[in-house]
Design a protein around this ligand. Structure first.
Ligand SMILES: C[S@@+](CC[C@H](N)C(=O)[O-])C[C@H]1O[C@@H](n2cnc3c(N)ncnc32)[C@H](O)[C@@H]1O
Length: 251
């Protein structure tokens, strides 16, 4: 059975980071249902004749998840080819699992098309490899957003992994996160790179020590990269000069 809904990852923002399959599906869709975090450049690839529905959850204008799932089911029942477009990868904090479950329950054939997650692309855009021989042998991707009824992240246990910690949705909670990681044993001088709007024209990287994170201005959306690798800036000097964003070195 061919799918009628595709849960598609749009990547971190730069349309060049879309998969070939995602680009093809965008060109063939009848309707594209997208989130707030999908980059303008990616949306510009949707043909003008294709219906575009913005269900982005923004402060003050929440779209309940059940409504989105119902919308997908209704569109599929109408015989539409539906692309459900999500920032990054649909199964990394994208609630793609819930939508897949709803489609499964409704008996609608669907397919998941992975995308490049910001958890890896944002550090990379700032010249930070999430693993590095002799420096970090693992990385953990964790949400900083606390939801009622969900287990709290055990930050102190994370501090003991010795690997890189990548926090998504962590800007508002960064003071608590830093305090907990330090309480768990991380050195207060641990390097942090906060990468805002990675791979878009608005990208800004801010670097600081873990004990400075609370007082360091960081704009959302950002990926917080915490660990020794965050001191690295592995990009060509020419790119560094042209980016206009010079990060302070960690002392
Ligand atoms: C709801 S989560 C979705 C993550 C997405 N599914 C992914 O794989 O990247 C949203 C969070 O992802 C992170 N994020 C998404 N795109 C980003 C980007 N271009 N630059 C930095 N962080 C980004 C931010 O932490 C943001 O708050």
């Amino acid at each position: 059975v061919s799918a009628s809904v595709w849960l598609v990852g749009a990547g971190p923002g730069d349309p060049d980071l879309l998969t070939v399959k995602a680009a093809r599906l965008l060109a063939e869709a009848d309707v594209v249902v997208h989130d707030a975090l999908v980059g303008d450049g990616v949306l510009a690839m949707v043909p003008a004749s294709t219906e575009l529905i913005d269900v982005g959850k923004r402060p003050g204008r929440p779209v309940p998840q059940e409504l989105i799932s119902t919308l997908l089911v209704t569109l599929a029942h109408d015989g539409k080819r539906v692309v459900r477009l999500k920032g990054g990868d649909p199964f990394v904090f994208g609630r793609g699992g819930e939508e897949a479950q709803a489609l499964l329950d409704a008996g609608i054939p669907f397919e998941v098309v992975p995308g490049i997650t910001s958890a890896i692309a944002a550090p990379a855009a700032a010249g930070v490899p999430v693993t590095h021989r002799g420096v970090a042998a693992s990385f953990t991707v964790v949400t900083g957003h606390r939801r009622a009824g969900e287990p709290d992240v055990d930050w102190r246990a994370l501090a003991r992994t010795g690997g890189t910690v990548v926090v998504l949705m962590g800007v508002a909670q960064r003071a608590t996160i830093a305090t907990e990681l330090i309480a768990g044993g991380l050195d207060p001088a641990t390097p942090v790179a906060a990468v805002h709007s990675a791979t878009t024209g608005d990208q800004v990287t801010v670097r600081c020590r873990l004990d400075e994170l609370a007082d360091t201005p960081v704009r959302s959306p950002a990926a917080l990269v915490i660990g020794a690798v965050a001191a690295l800036e592995l990009y060509a000097v020419s790119a560094r000069a042209s980016s206009g964003v010079l990060a302070p070195t960690i002392g």
